[in-house]
Design a protein around this ligand. Structure first.
Ligand SMILES: [Zn+2]
Length: 462
């Protein structure tokens, strides 16, 4: 374990985060929308079209299809990709990277400027280290609505097109109340947040939602979620389409968004990363070769219901999925609370359990250590199978529990095959509760700024 490298990485993360915040503070309220955002509104409208033309969530289906198309490597979308990633941000840099002529680069940039996708970044050249004549994604072209829905609470935000959070809200909710009531609450909080941010529904370019269950991603459909009563087969995008949002709605499993958020925030150079959420429930998100892996039906990473009953003395414990001996039945927040309640301690939520452990209550500390050991056994198998170079522990317990992290590290280093563990780092999440929201912002902007989607939106010739 290289503590120095880890701390340097932490510093890097903090620097990036603070830069984002500074940009947000510096630029907020300077909505230089006018012609630029009007034209992006019209270009987005060409994706979403008039409400009448797009029954239900066709905007989401259309963007999913456009994302599949092979982009023109020299098109405006590809140029936008270079600007977005920061790999080429001036005319000269774009010419050097693409090999395109000055006049073709000028055409591409003009198209992107006219459609409002990009804006000159001159104002930041002194502080952001950008060369003169740089372009950036136009943060004022619209807003994104983001919601990270958990089993018992949710985080919501309005973000600009850079993904910088403008306003946010947190609320308690029981996801088992069903989609209409939960999403109804989300929609009403979105309205409040939009007002607070001085924005309107017409300015919303994309909606990103994380839910605590498996999602068939291309369809935005929740599939057989164990704890989301009434959600099976529900298409989240349809709900927002019926509320007059004509923009694309992207939906994914909560832990996938957390993995995405964490990866982009601090580990984007890491090609293979496993993110394990330990909260009320347990799940994993996998980044393999820099891309999120969802599996054939959105069920990848379901670590919580692997059998560990043979590792624990006594009869296997009952899990909330109905089976016995699942990892969750010993190591999830709900199971730790169950155990603490049985031993006379009041703990309703994962946070209560974490608080008890932090106060040094012996049973709680022991529970965290036992949970860490069983998590470690399960993660060791995943590490041997997938060979990630980084494992991030997130969620309410995974983020805050040093006892749990220590037990996971010890078990994984002891159990995994030497080749797999030689370089694997195991760390706590740096984003904590924000991982899901920031991941949702990346999910939406990846879709809106996908090169083939951009080319289709501005009618770029192939
Ligand atoms: Zn189970």
């Amino acid at each position: 374990m290289d503590e120095q490298a880890e701390s340097a990485r932490d510093d890097e993360v903090r620097t990036r985060t603070s830069r984002t915040t500074r940009n947000a503070n510096g630029e907020r309220g300077v909505d230089a929308s006018s012609a630029v955002s009007a034209s992006v509104a019209s270009s987005s409208a060409s994706l979403a079209a008039a409400p009448d033309a797009f029954a239900k969530s066709d905007a989401s289906a259309q963007i999913a299809r456009a994302q599949q198309a092979v982009p023109n490597p020299n098109g405006a979308g590809a140029v936008l990709g270079l600007i977005r990633s920061g790999s080429a941000v001036t005319r000269t840099q774009i010419m050097q990277v693409t090999g395109l002529s000055r006049s073709t680069v000028a055409l591409r940039l003009d198209a992107l400027l006219a459609a409002g996708y990009i804006a000159p970044a001159a104002a930041e050249s002194s502080t952001g280290g950008r060369p003169p004549g740089s372009f950036q994604i136009n943060p004022y072209a619209g807003v994104m609505l983001l919601a990270a829905i958990g089993a018992a609470n949710m985080h919501l935000a309005v973000a600009d097109m850079h993904g910088t959070v403008l306003v946010r809200e947190h609320d308690a909710i029981d996801v088992a109340l069903g989609p209409e009531r939960v999403l109804g609450r989300v929609a009403s909080l979105f309205e409040t947040l939009l007002k607070k941010a001085g924005q309107s529904a017409a300015r919303v370019k994309g909606i990103g939602i994380g839910v605590p269950g498996p999602v068939e991603f291309a369809e935005g459909r929740v599939v057989r979620p164990p704890i989301m009563t009434g959600w099976d087969g529900y298409r989240v995008a349809d709900f927002f389409a019926s509320r007059c949002y004509t923009c694309p709605v992207l939906v994914d499993k909560d832990v996938n968004l957390m993995a995405l958020g964490e990866h982009r925030a601090g580990w984007s150079d890491t090609s293979h990363m496993l993110f394990v959420k330990v909260s009320t429930g347990i799940g994993a998100g996998m980044i393999m070769n820099h891309a999120l892996q969802r599996g054939a039906h959105g069920g990848a990473g379901d670590l919580g219901h692997l059998y560990v009953g043979h590792l624990v003395p006594g009869e296997p414990k009952l899990c909330r999925c109905g089976n016995y001996g699942c990892l969750e039945a010993y190591a999830a927040g709900w199971a730790i609370c169950r155990h603490l309640n049985e031993s006379g301690h009041a703990a309703q939520t994962a946070r209560d359990a974490a608080d008890l452990a932090q106060r040094g209550v012996r049973e709680a500390v022991e529970q965290m250590q036992n949970a860490g050991r069983l998590l470690g056994e399960t993660i060791a198998m995943a590490v041997s199978l997938l060979n990630p170079s980084l494992v991030v522990l997130g969620g309410e317990l995974g983020t805050r529990q040093s006892d749990m992290l220590a037990a996971v590290r010890e078990t994984v280093y002891r159990r995994s095959l030497p080749l797999a563990t030689r370089h694997v780092q195991i760390v706590n999440s740096v984003l904590g509760a924000d991982a899901g929201l920031l991941g949702a912002a990346h999910l939406v902007s990846d879709a809106l700024f996908a090169p083939s989607v951009v080319d289709a939106a501005i009618g770029q010739p192939a």
